[in-house]
Design a protein around this ligand. Structure first.
Ligand code: HEM
Length: 349
């Protein structure tokens, strides 16, 4: 929500001579124009990553010949969730792109290296020269306009127009429009991150096929080791897609930290020195590295131990309580046998 507000601020007014944003409408602020699209796209991408991790763990069990039945089940379940969430990604990603087209035209133009006003081409791959303002590569004319608006003809402003539209940069303290290229983001970085994310979407589909082939092969009892290794490294694909998505979102909104409201340069506090910032970043790196190592150790231990606990729970849930208490009081090799019950003097039960 907070990140979305910084991308598409709403429900606030500027107070203290324009130096503070104060919430005047909580719901407009929380449910700002890009919040829902961003939330759905991000949650779906995390579900995809989760399903790929489950498949990777299943593949590792098959490779190690441990918990083989669970391993097969993991791959099947991961595959099912993966198919649903990867399919869902298409309408959700489309919705996100539509919101960007409506709310952040400079970001849309940077995503496709779109310099002149007109319908936006959908690049399959390419390279952008930020200095000369040229994009070279292979593209489908008007296709990005189609995705954003449903028509190949829809005209969107180009970067050359956008960078001339924000002349009031000169009104900022010590900021010149030319220093900020009039308010457009680094174009090639945004372009490449966006296209990498889309390429990786194709990678997700490829990995789903690999998982399906593994399920098929495991039914016949003959799984190729190469398929298992590919599934084990599979989570890298959605992980990289997520990182490139964040690059699109954050590099693409530059030079603003709050879109069209607060420049990143102005967001730097004058009372915190560069040294203090560097030390803080260093401490963050150290702290999060320790946390990451601790987390990794716990997770790897859980994976190595396997789904034993789940087995006990499932068995316990299917037994009736009397039988369960009989079982738990039954002698084991570690506990002495209980004294047999005395015969009923009435001869009844
Ligand atoms: C069909 C392919 C895809 C399209 C068209 C697409 C579209 C977009 C767009 C337009 C943005 C920028 C949003 C913004 O700045 O407001 C974005 C961001 C993002 N994308 Fe994608 N995406 C696709 C695939 C993926 C995949 C496969 C993943 C991960 C599994 C992913 C994860 C993300 C994440 C985490 C963000 C940043 C979150 C945000 O701020 O919105 N995307 N995507």
């Amino acid at each position: 929500m907070a990140n979305s507000w910084m991308q598409t601020p709403a429900g606030f007014e500027l107070v203290a001579s324009g130096t503070k944003a104060q919430i005047v409408d909580f719901f407009a602020c929380a449910f700002n124009p890009s919040m829902l699209a961003r939330f759905l796209h991000t949650v779906d991408s995390l579900l995809i990553l989760g399903s790929f991790c489950v498949m990777a763990i299943g593949a590792w069990y098959l490779l190690k010949h441990k918990h083989v039945d669970h391993g097969k089940q993991f791959i099947k379940t991961g595959l099912t969730v993966g198919i649903v969430t990867v399919a869902l990604m298409l309408p959700l990603a489309h919705y996100q792109a539509v919101v960007v087209a409506e709310q952040q035209p400079a970001k849309l133009a940077a995503m496709e290296g779109h310099w002149e006003d007109g319908p936006v081409a959908l690049s399959l791959f390419g390279w952008v020269d930020d200095i000369s303002g040229e994009t070279t590569g292979l593209s489908i004319p008007g296709a990005a306009s189609f995705l954003g608006s449903g028509s190949f003809e829809t005209v969107y402003p180009g970067l050359n127009t956008l960078k001339n539209s924000l002349t009031d940069f000169d009104g900022y303290n010590g900021v010149k429009a030319s220093d900020y290229k009039g308010g457009i983001p680094p174009v090639n970085a945004t372009f490449q991150a966006y296209h990498l994310m889309i390429c990786l979407y194709a990678g997700l589909i490829l990995w789903l096929f690999i998982a399906a082939a593994t399920v098929r092969a495991s039914k016949k009892g003959k799984v190729n080791k190469a398929l298992l290794y590919l599934l084990i490294i599979g989570p890298i694909v959605p992980f990289l897609a997520i990182q490139s998505g964040w690059m699109v979102a954050e590099v693409g909104r530059q030079p603003w930290v709050v879109y069209n409201l607060l420049l990143t340069a102005d967001a730097v506090s004058p009372v915190v020195s560069a040294l203090e910032i560097n030390i803080t970043i260093l401490l963050f790196i150290v702290f999060y590295t320790i946390l990451f190592i601790a987390w990794l150790r716990v997770v790897l231990k859980m994976i190595r131990t396997g789904p034993i606990l789940e087995d006990v729970t499932v068995v316990a849930a299917t037994l009736d309580t009397d039988l369960l208490s009989d079982l738990t009081s039954a002698p084991t090799s570690d506990t002495p046998a209980a004294t047999p019950p005395a015969p009923d003097p009435q001869g009844g039960e």
